[in-house]
Design a protein. Structure first.
Length: 199
């Protein structure tokens, strides 16, 4: 929590207590400052809670989304971007640009607002993922949008053009994507959910 300064009525509590408070709180938005970058963001509590939990507490995003070679100076295709949470994460790790794909209108609204307010090098694509997006100019792809990963199994997709991290939400998808793209599981605890990487 020391990386964030939260505005408004959010109580000053420890991180574990903060999650409990958010579970009972309204699906509303908050404004906060990410102190290392100086970025000021507006997010729904749902996205903020997931960002805190996955990025800062469990440190999952470092394992799931950053290849061993890093992403400094690279362009990231973020499919299922949310409200700018993973864009902030990638930019903090030195990404040159983030191509952010998101379809949920409230998330797109905040994503655009956050990118503009902070002058981020983010290109927002507010439409569903389609296979033609794989031909965009990117170095690393992060896919976290349930249902879209199945499109990658179509015969016309012969391979991935860069490094990739893909969330898969069934055992069949985990097995099929792993085999087709020579990917490995980052976390092996859950048989029906995994993040797969090709690095």
């Amino acid at each position: 929590m020391d990386q964030f300064e939260i505005e408004g009525d959010l109580p000053h509590v420890k991180v574990a207590e903060l999650f409990d408070w958010m579970e009972d709180g309204p699906f509303d938005d908050i404004r906060f400052t990410h102190k290392p970058s100086g970025s000021v963001l507006r997010m729904h509590l749902f996205y903020f809670k997931n960002m805190l939990r996955e990025w800062l507490v469990w440190r999952q995003w470092d394992r799931w989304y950053i290849p061993p070679t890093g992403i400094a100076g690279k362009t990231v295709l973020s499919i299922g971007e949310g409200e700018g949470d993973t864009a902030l994460f990638y930019l903090q790790h030195g990404a040159k640009k983030v191509i952010a794909v998101e379809i949920w209108p409230p998330a797109v609204e905040r994503l655009v607002e956050n990118a503009k307010a902070n002058s981020w090098p983010v290109e927002v694509i507010a439409k569903p993922f389609s296979l033609d997006m794989l031909s965009l100019d990117y170095d690393v792809m992060k896919m976290d949008i349930e249902g879209c990963e199945e499109l990658l199994l179509r015969p016309e997709v012969e391979g991935l053009s860069g490094l990739a991290s893909i969330e898969a939400h069934s055992k069949e998808l985990i097995d099929s994507l792993s085999k087709k793209f020579f990917m490995r599981r980052v976390d092996n605890q859950n048989p029906t959910f995994s993040v797969l990487v090709n690095w």
